[in-house]
Design a binder for this molecule. Structure first.
Ligand SMILES: [Fe+2]
Ligand SMILES: [Fe+2]
Length: 295
């Protein structure tokens, strides 16, 4: 089985294509940062890098693919439409791709209320098992591998606040989902947008991390995921046995100017091999390879 994982493509559109009324409030600060601030250099030329990354993702012919959020830069309709059009060739088979939302896709309260992510990518959010009346968390199967998806993004009021949250009732639902008969006793992988740890293995707290990370870890402890996939931090890394309490793999950003990345996970009888590639050129260039042995 081969799984391709990419994240944080942050598709943007020229300023002239964004409606002025959509730039009010928090988005305005984000837009200034994108076009005039530090973010400008991180994502300049991102369109070309994304085309290469998507071509490689497709050529790898994965059994399953995951995009772990931040499809857009400031979460406006025009960016969603462009992201949908660009991703269409690889994610066309919604039964074999999972596309979740990142904090940039729920950038403002109106965007969240309007449900832009759901409108453009709802088909790739398909749940194989969900609890009655709940949209998150849910269970999705990548072949025979269960993926537990926890949505951790909500609109924040202030520009400098990039935190995510898993509400108390979502934690209770996660506890219940982990007991579901479809999962019982089976190794599973967790998928979130937010990162539990930075590249050095320290918890990602502060204004960039999950507000109640400790609560989430507590719910997961009795039945740990074999691997926790995420994005949000624009570095590709994996923290495996002995490096952090939970084994994690961060696909980083497929379009970041200095460190574009794409992950491939391949299963063999002994476990999994995790590989990180630079997908931004004509050829895929391997950056690192790690083994994930079953516990
Ligand atoms: Fe991001
Ligand atoms: Fe993010």
């Amino acid at each position: 089985m081969r799984i391709v994982h990419l994240s944080d493509v942050h598709v943007e559109v020229p300023a002239s294509e964004v409606k002025l009324r959509d730039l009010l409030g928090r988005r305005f600060a984000g837009w200034v940062n994108l076009h005039f601030g530090p973010r400008k250099k991180h994502f300049v030329g991102a369109g070309e890098r994304l085309e290469h990354a998507l071509r490689h993702a497709r050529a790898l012919a994965p059994d399953f693919g995951i995009v772990s959020g931040d499809l857009t830069a400031i979460g406006v309709r025009e960016e969603f439409a462009r992201a949908r059009a660009l991703l269409a060739p690889i994610v066309e088979d919604a039964s074999r791709w999972l596309v979740i939302a990142g904090n940039h896709d729920r950038y403002t309260v109106p965007a969240e209320r309007e449900g832009l992510y759901e409108q453009f990518f709802g088909a790739w959010r398909r749940a194989d098992v969900a609890l009655p009346g709940r949209t998150t968390p849910y269970l999705r199967f990548a072949g025979d591998l269960p993926l537990v998806v926890v949505e951790t993004c909500e609109a924040n009021r202030f520009f400098w606040d990039s935190r995510g949250c898993v509400e108390a009732e979502e934690l209770a639902a996660l506890r219940e989902l982990l007991q579901h008969e479809a999962l019982r006793g089976r190794p599973y992988w967790l998928v979130t947008h937010y990162a539990p740890y930075g590249p050095g293995g320290k918890p990602d707290h502060g204004l960039h991390g999950l507000k109640n990370l400790d609560g989430l870890l507590e719910v997961l402890r009795p039945q740990r995921p074999q691997l926790w996939l995420h994005g949000h931090i624009h570095w590709s890394y994996a923290l495996l046995q002995g490096e952090a309490e939970f084994a994690t793999a961060n696909a980083g950003s497929a379009t970041h100017h200095a460190r574009p990345s794409l992950h491939v996970y391949e299963r063999d009888p002994q476990g999994w091999t995790l590989r990180s590639y630079d997908p931004s050129g004509e050829a895929l260039v391997e950056r690192w390879s790690r083994r994930l042995e079953p516990r």
